[in-house]
Design a protein around this ligand. Structure first.
Ligand SMILES: Cc1cc2nc3c(=O)[nH]c(=O)nc-3n(C[C@H](O)[C@H](O)[C@H](O)COP(=O)(O)O)c2cc1C
Length: 166
């Protein structure tokens, strides 16, 4: 069985809560849920599957705690690992919706990891998302600000997708 680790960054706790829900659906233990503010990039070594989550701040930017973490992560050889990305945003930030998901995807392209579990986000109302790359949304995009009622079902479907792909 593949070992799954969840790594998230969260400023007001929204993405942290979503990380817990994802962990529950994937059967990931508390000890394998990591706040990137308190983690080192080398912590990913023990996992086969990395579930990476960030909210979006500024104008399409990573959550603050991600900056140092991703600098370290992108320098690692992650060949053989699978990466699934999720993010929380606000559809009213209509040109940068969940930009951090696209940012993580782009920054880690050189690591050799395989990216899994793209997931449609056209249920939300926005003009553009930097997480829409080559015709797909490259991870799970959630809007807990305007549509919290959609999240549970989307998390369930996405985690089922992860289970079927790994
Ligand atoms: C100042 C500010 C800027 C934001 N910028 C964006 C943005 O560019 N795109 C987006 O999708 N959401 C944006 N958001 C929404 C947050 O990502 C959203 O509130 C999220 O749920 C926060 O999650 P966290 O508590 O895990 O950090 C912004 C929120 C604030 C307060």
């Amino acid at each position: 069985m593949k070992k799954i680790g969840i790594f998230y960054g969260s400023s007001t706790g929204v993405t942290a809560d979503v990380a817990q829900l994802i962990a529950k659906d994937l059967g990931v233990a508390d000890v394998d849920i990591h706040d990137v503010a308190k983690s080192s990039p080398s912590d990913v070594a023990q996992y086969d599957v990395l579930v990476l989550g960030s909210s979006t701040w500024g104008a399409g930017d990573l959550q603050d705690d991600w900056y140092d973490f991703i600098d370290g992560l992108e320098a690692l050889d992650l060949k053989g690992k699978e990466i699934a990305i999720f993010g929380c945003g606000d559809e009213s930030m209509s040109d940068t919706f969940c930009g951090a998901v696209g940012e993580i995807y782009k920054r880690l392209q050189g690591t050799g990891a395989k990216f899994i579990a793209p997931f449609d986000a056209s249920v939300y109302t926005f003009d553009e998302s930097p997480a829409f790359i080559d015709g797909v949304y490259v991870g799970l995009l959630l809007d807990e600000v305007n549509h919290p009622e959609l999240s549970d079902e989307r998390i369930k479907e996405w985690t089922d997708k992860i289970k079927s792909e790994i």
